[in-house]
Design a protein around this ligand. Sequence first.
Ligand code: GLY
Length: 389
Amino acid sequence: MKITTNFLSIFFIAFFFISCESTNSPDKQISTYEDAVNFSISKLNTSLNEVPQLKYPIRTKGFGEWELTESSAWTSGFYPGCLWYANQLVKDKNLEKQALQFTEGLEDQQFNTNHHDIGFMMLNSYGHAFEQIGNDKYKNILLQSANSLSTRFNKNVGCIQSWNGDFQVIIDNMMNLELLFWASKNGGDQTFYDIAVSHADKTIENHLRKDGSLFHVVVYDANTGEVLQRKTHQGYSDSSAWARGQAWGIYGFTMTFRETNDKKYLDAAEKIAEYFINHLPSDYVPYWDLNLPENDDRQYKDASAATIALSAFLELRNYIENTSKYDDLIEIIFNSLFSDYISVNTNTSGIINHCAYNCNSKNPYDWDASTIWGDYYFLEALVRYKQLN
Ligand code: GLY
């Protein structure tokens, strides 16, 4: 889809103050930025009655309650992260206290070397804790977490291993590099920076296709570094573009440009973004795979891919000369989420509905539900939008 950009800078501010039609909520509407903030805070406050300490939401059971995990799950940092962002938006002592308690439940995870997701887990919890209240204990936990993540780096491959077993690297792994960049700036070793750069370079080399789409999984020979296979796990096919993977890529390379100032990462982010944008449906919230055939019976949206991309666009716009280039997109995605995806007038515990964890799964809750990372990046987008203004 081609997007016109020139008039949007005017609407960018204005649309938050204009009522928009809601197709799924006859009795209540989210029409403005302020509505969205208030609704999100109220949802999070309600969720505090549902989520016990030391348990962590992953995704809702359809449009019902959160399914909860232990602290070792890849998603455990997102709930404390949501509470930290909520606190950033409205400054509330109880939200801060709860954010801290859910964060501190992750302390042992600093030693977790079992998967690559420690970046998501620790930066989204302890990273916010350190930023908002500052405490050397949190800094040391983050440094140890970076150390744990770096144990999964293999010099022959030049990458961090995502999953155990074969040496598989998934595009999602770009997100975990932020912990390494953070550590290298906060008293950690230069090696953290070098590992992150090496991983990002290999991802450009082996995940990024010429047309700007991304492979989900690349399998390497751990001894020679040779690419053995390129495939998918959550996408429609090995050669398609899994929507959330594409969103992780936009976000990951935008962040890598921020941390390195190397233009090749900005170019990669823009190329991946262009493919993503050109494969969006009319409401700009992608189907779970950007190449999903119309005759496939799994016609589900992944609104979490939209919230991740939205947050990334709110950063990416700052690094290009024509800052309005992404503003129309930001407006349209916010608007779509407000009118058709925010969980107003539903009983789901999440903020954003219609996220697809994994449409290749047999569990219908994995096809269409709220996900904690969908909510996290939505809240991050609200914070980034506020900072922009
Ligand atoms: N990083 C796992 C996922 O996006 O499903």
